[in-house]
Ligand binder design. Sequence first.
Ligand SMILES: [Zn+2]
Ligand SMILES: [Zn+2]
Length: 412
Amino acid sequence: MSLIAAIEDNHQEFIALRRDIHAHPELAFQENRTSDLVAERLAAWGIEVHRGLGKTGLVGVLRGSRLAATGKPRSIALRADMDALPMPEHNRFAHASQNPGRMHACGHDGHTAMLLGAAKYLAAHRDFDGIVNFIFQPAEEGGNAGARAMIEDGLFDKFPCDEIYGIHNMPGSAVGHFGFRKGPTMASSNRFDIIVRGTGGHAAQPHKAVDTIVIAAEMVGVLQTLISRHKNPIDVAVLSVTQIHAGDAYNVLPEETIIRGTVRTFSDKVLDDIEANLRRVAELLPQVHGGSGELKFHRAYPPLVNWDEQTDFAMKVAQDAFGAECVDGNTPMHGGAEDFSFYLKEVPGSYLFLGNGEGDGVHREDRYIGMGPCELHNPNYDFNDALLPIGSTYWVKLVGAFFNRSAAAAPA
Ligand SMILES: [Zn+2]
Ligand SMILES: [Zn+2]
C-alpha cells in the first residue's frame, strides 16, 4: 500500500470534512449545505465550479497546465454521490447525525470526501494535458436517479467526458481491498402494479360476481413461472410480489385487487422479456375468469454494466498503486441497484467497490455492546475514515494513468 504523501498529510483535514458531512445528512435533491460546502472547497483550490445540474448537483472542472490550445481535449470524469437516507442513526459518536430521521448510512459522505481529497491534490499538481471533471451528484438513493437528472440537464453536452469512473465503499471487504467486475455488475431495479378488476358482490353469491381475490391469488403463482419457466435458467433475475391490497369487509367480494412487486435483472434484454410476459399474464389471466387486468411497470435504474476496456484499465491502476494482492478482478455481482448505470449507458467507464473493513465494525472505537452491524443502510453504519487517503490516492493515480495512456494512444 503506497499512499501519496501529500494526501496522507491531509488525512486529518478530510476526516474532519467527512465527519462534518456525516453530521449534516441531506436527502435527495435537498443537498444544499453539502453542495455549498463542496463548491466552496473546489473554488478555494482554483477549480472551476458549475452548479445547478440535477438541482443540487455540481461539476468541478480542472484544466491541465499542458492543455493544448487547439483540438478537442481529452477528459476523464470522476463521480461521487452526496445524498443521505431517510432513517434514524443509532451511533453515539460526536459526528452522528444532527438531522433527525436522516443518516449517511451508505457512505456517500466518504465518497464525497475522497473525491475532494483527490481534487485538492490534482488542483496543485495539474501537470497533464486534458480536463478532469469532478461530478458531485444528488439523489442516488431511493430510485431518485440524480445521475439521470444531471444527464438531462446536459451534463455530458456541457462537460464532454471520454470516460467515467465511480467508487462505492463495501463493508465486509478488507480496508483498501479493490473489487472490480466486467460486464453486468449490479441489478436493474423495477417496480410494478397490477390492477385486477372484476365485479363486486355478496360473498355468499360468488356466481353473481367476478372474484378478483381468487384471480390475484392464482396470478401470484403464475408470476413465479415467468422466472422458473419462461426465462433462460442461466440468466439471473428475481420477481417478488411484495403487496396485495383488496377488500374491507368479511362478506363483500371487492371489485378490485392490486398486486405490487419488484423485478431485478442484470440485462435489459431479460428485463424486456419479463416485462412483456408480465403484461400478458396481467392482462389475459383475469379475462379467463371474466375480469380484466392492467399492468403499470416502472423502470427505476437500469442494470450497471461495466465496460471491459475501462475495467481492465482501472484494475491495472489499482494493482500498480496498491499491489495485486489488494485487487479482485472478479468481485461477485451485487443485487442492489445504483444509478451510476445511467452514466455507463452514455460514456465508457467502470464502477468499483472499495473495502470498508469487516461488517461487524470491530475497527470502530465507539463500538458498544448491542450495537448493530457496520453494514450499508444499517443505523450503526459508518464510513471508515482509513479509506479516505486510499480512495484519494487511487483517484489521483487513475487520472495520471488516464492521461499517460491516452497520450501514448494519440497519433504522433
Ligand atoms: Zn445506499
Ligand atoms: Zn450508496
